[in-house]
Design a protein around this ligand. Structure first.
Ligand code: PHE
Length: 355
């Protein structure tokens, strides 16, 4: 065995290890050079005993050094290949990013939240009530007895009442007629529900879904949303109503809008009012939105009727207060210039994505 053999083997190992492309190739090279049984370096080492003492002194350390070198080369190359793979997978910061798709809140949700916030800032509490309501809360307790012509103002979805319910109401000596169930036609029943549980003074708003059995068109839907308001105390007056509602519309439309109160009729208020706001599009000059009147009708309101206080368990002349009910869609249509109420429930993403 010559020194050149060792040098030659060293070169051979270096070259093949450097050009290896995979971990598997490197493993094969490890076996080929320093494998325990048939490695080329190993085989030379096995020949050492046959050499002269002098030769052994130089060849031995040279072979050991070669073995170490091959080991180091292999380890270094394994690491190089791994680093290279990492680099290939690394994030390329110059690539355009992936767009994160965000959802949109429904315009009615947006407007409802704004309305809640405006009233909360004026110290109103937000309360809710059931969508399936009894005839008692939706009508009778609101001074709309059976056969009262005012029931025609609300086209009602009546629910089929089970025999069991009717039996219980008979047993409790309640007229089962007054116990019939319906989908509430307005949020006003929550006035009674709240007053049964609370004593004045208080001021609440009640956002919620209501239902009317009527034909749909650009301004009518069979289900829509209202926000009811009720403020009751010893000396709450119509002047308080005018101020609160004027302030509400200023804050909601973020400008100084005029309001107008007109006499109207609802059985649960006396006097009853319709509330108009100055057309936010034309500022009162007259346009297609306000049908050239300069005003937009936005809510019904009035001073709570003594019969309503009685139905809720208060003395009829103990308290006074105002109530109002506004249509959420109507407000949203005015605010966002939306031409057709049916768009809110169309499920059309092209509509929703604009908000
Ligand atoms: N509940 C009435 C409606 O739906 C609106 C209203 C509420 C009117 C409160 C007066 C007072 O038409």
């Amino acid at each position: 065995m010559q020194k050149q053999d060792i040098a030659h083997l060293a070169q051979e190992a270096k070259k093949s290890i450097q050009s290896a492309k995979t971990a598997a190739e490197l493993e094969a090279l490890r076996v080929r050079f320093i494998g325990r049984k048939d490695g080329e370096v190993t085989k030379l080492m096995k020949q050492l005993p046959a050499l002269s003492v002098e030769d052994r002194r130089t060849v031995g350390p040279a072979l050991n050094a070669l073995k170490n070198e091959v080991e180091q080369l292999l380890t270094a190359r394994v690491k190089d290949l791994a680093d290279e793979a990492d680099r290939r997978q690394a994030i390329d910061v110059t690539m355009p990013g992936k767009k994160v798709a965000t959802g949109h809140l429904h315009p009615l949700t947006l407007v409802e939240r704004e309305i809640r916030d405006v009233f909360k800032a004026m110290n109103f509490s937000v309360v809710e009530g059931p969508e399936v309501e009894s005839e008692h809360y939706n009508f009778d307790a609101l001074n709309i007895p059976a056969n009262h012509p005012a029931r025609d103002m609300w086209d009602t979805f009546w629910l089929a009442t089970s025999d069991k319910r009717q039996a219980t109401s008979k047993k409790n000596n309640m007229s089962h007629v007054a116990d019939r169930l319906l989908l509430r036609t307005h949020t006003s029943p929550v006035q009674i529900r709240y007053m049964e549980q609370h004593q004045p003074p208080f001021q609440i708003v009640v956002p919620g879904r209501v239902f009317r059995y009527e034909a749909t068109d650009a301004s009518h839907e069979i289900n829509f949303y209202q926000v009811e308001g009720l403020m009751v105390g010893k000396d709450v007056t119509l002047a308080n109503f005018k101020f609160v509602i004027g302030e509400f519309f200023k804050r909601l439309f973020k400008k100084d809008v005029s309001i107008r109160l007109r006499p109207s009729y609802f059985p649960f208020v006396e006097p009853g009012l319709d509330v108009d706001v100055e057309c936010v599009k034309c500022g009162g000059k007259g346009c297609n939105i306000c049908k050239d009147s300069g005003w937009l009708e936005v809510m019904g309101a009035g001073m709570v009727h003594p019969h309503v206080f009685e139905a809720a368990g208060y003395g009829p002349h103990e308290y006074q207060g105002f109530a109002f009910g506004l249509g959420l869609e109507r407000i949203a249509m005015i605010k966002y210039n939306i031409p057709d109420i049916r768009l809110f429930y169309s499920g059309d993403l092209r509509f929703i994505k604009q908000f």
